[in-house]
Design a protein around this ligand. Sequence first.
Ligand code: OGA
Ligand code: MN
Length: 279
Amino acid sequence: MTLTISKLGDRLGAVAEGVDMNALKAGDAEALRGALLDNLVLCVRGQKLEPQAYFDAMGVFGKQMPQPSASSNHPVVKDLLILSSEDRDVLGDGKRIVVGAAWHTDDSYRAVPCSLTTLYGVEVPPTGGDTQFVNMYAAYDDLPDATKARIGPLRVVHKYDSSRKGNKIAKRTAEDMAAMPDVIHPMVRTHPVTGRKALYLNPNRMESVVGLARAESDALLDEMTAHATQLKYQYRHKWRQGDIVVWDNRCTMHKANGDYPQGARRYMLRVITEGTAPA
Ligand code: OGA
Ligand code: MN
């Protein structure tokens, strides 16, 4: 088996074929990490892994970290999160919930968000259920110089239950909520590995821009979000069973789609890796 890497989208996304994550060769590990840094989203195709083996294999990309959750941790491998068509808002109205259905970057409600997310498509629907991604380096690079100068020093309050959020989120216990105080992140961050600047937005968690009046803050956040989510910055992943898709939350946003046929099953296993405070 020989590793090949090919581009998927025009602006981001690549696919790796010819690897078995159960028995990765040393040289291939380096190539996968490089392909992720260059392409921001990397799909490793055709994998067949037991839950623990999947969790362990993701160590090639970074140090795995726990994912506290009300209800969706894997029963055997507790640091794996399950995302599935069976997800329900168990502490809230009990209805179906599609995790991540609005544009976001993972974990920005934490002071130190994860760097990468990996999602393993164990069961994917026959149609629908795509994941969309945008390139936040490109969205930043294309801004007019005056806008770059304006937003460069700005900082943004992020919170778990933002009043601006675009999708329903699962209800959490009061204790959980208390453990997630608001945090402040820069609007533009420098990727700690590539050194490139990226817009750092999370339309789902951003509450307000520090120091701006509400109306001005809302207008700026809306403007930046509309800019960054344009089709020209996107790659849309159509899942195949056995795909492991890895993305870099420091320079991308993504969005789930709950549009698959009723009764179709979507079952994904998720790992996140440790990051650094955005700066
Ligand atoms: C996530 C996420 C998108 C999807 O796992 O963080 O947003 O398509 N997933 O399931
Ligand atoms: Mn997400």
